[in-house]
Design a protein around this ligand. Structure first.
Ligand SMILES: Nc1ncnc2c1ncn2[C@@H]1O[C@H](COP(=O)(O)OP(=O)(O)OP(=O)(O)O)[C@@H](O)[C@H]1O
Ligand SMILES: [Mg+2]
Length: 288
């Protein structure tokens, strides 16, 4: 029900998202004795929501890597059982195991799926079970004594029960938007370096401009597909080869523009932007 996840990544693997990175950096070590004596409460957790493929899961992994804590992932499918009562028992077990591992990071991926169907108007047959699970989760979030930092990631906010995002349960709610020009440059640089290329040999500015509207995952995929193409032709990777790969991709932000726009509107009222001030200003001026 809990799965150990590799945490070799750290914050340097993430392009952009400066606000979120700074917030996490400030909370590093907030559970050791020195912090407690200083009067700090250990951080409880964070919800990272936003556009698909923009680094939410990457951030959850990097927090644990950066803080040098074990990372355990909540396996939703393994926790839910068709027998009434069994699921609730398992949830309690998950909490106990996580506390036994503390200090650790508990990653709940696709938070909205865990609590789907727990809304009061849900027609789903397991509504009763889901809302009891939500209640036990909320009380555990509030009362637990062991330092378990919960990193929850989420794509679909319409399915999130409002109780979850109410203040006091999680410390902060971050919204991850599509990367802006500077962030895309950083992502290209990270992805190229990851594949043993020297980013200084590429025109990152040109690439980032051509990748407007691309998510980090789409940039990652374009770099991979360019590598396949040049490898097959026994050529070396160039800016032109990358430009060709970008030209063959229609980003999700084009096909799902409406969905992303409604997510932005929702987040504007409720969430803190994960990007730094500069990126936010640039996006605003693009929209104007
Ligand atoms: N900001 C970023 N910096 C560097 N790489 C990124 C970034 N965003 C995405 N990527 C690349 O895309 C891959 C997928 O990103 P990730 O799984 O974190 O996205 P996600 O937001 O969790 O998406 P999903 O909504 O589909 O779960 C990463 O492994 C990484 O290679
Ligand atoms: Mg993810």
């Amino acid at each position: 029900m809990l799965e150990f996840v590799d945490t070799s990544e750290n914050m340097a693997a993430i392009g952009g998202l400066e606000n979120l990175k700074n917030w996490l950096a400030q909370r590093r070590g907030a559970w050791d004795d020195a912090a407690r004596n200083f009067g700090l409460d250990p951080a409880r957790g964070v919800i990272i929501l936003g556009v698909q493929g923009c680094g939410k899961s990457l951030c959850a992994r990097a927090v644990a890597g950066e803080w040098k804590l074990p990372l355990v992932k909540f396996d939703t499918a393994a926790v839910f059982d068709k027998y009434i009562g069994e699921t609730e028992k398992r949830i309690q077990q998950v909490f106990r195991v996580a506390e036994g591992l503390a200090p650790c990071v508990l990653w709940i991926d696709e938070l909205e799926k865990v609590f789907a169907g727990s809304g009061p108007d849900s027609a789903s047959v397991d509504a009763g079970v889901s809302s009891r699970i939500l209640a036990s989760f909320l009380s555990w979030m509030q009362d637990r004594k062991a330092p378990v930092f919960v990193a929850a990631t989420c794509n679909n906010v319409t399915a999130l029960p409002p109780e979850l995002i109410r203040k006091g349960r999680f410390d902060e709610l971050f919204f991850v938007d599509l990367p802006n020009q500077a962030e895309r440059q950083q992502i290209f640089s990270i992805q190229l370096a990851k594949r043993k290329r020297n980013p200084a040999e590429f025109d990152l500015n040109q690439l980032a401009s051509a990748a407007q509207g691309f998510s980090g995952a789409e940039i990652d995929a374009a770099v991979q597909s360019a590598l396949y193409a040049v490898f097959a032709n026994q050529q070396s990777l160039t800016t032109d080869a990358l430009m060709a790969a970008l030209a063959h991709t229609v980003p999700l932000s084009t096909t799902r523009a409406e969905e992303i726009q409604s997510l932005r509107i929702w987040a504007k009222q409720r969430a803190v932007p994960a990007s730094g001030a500069l990126a936010i200003a640039e996006r605003a001026s693009n929209l104007a």
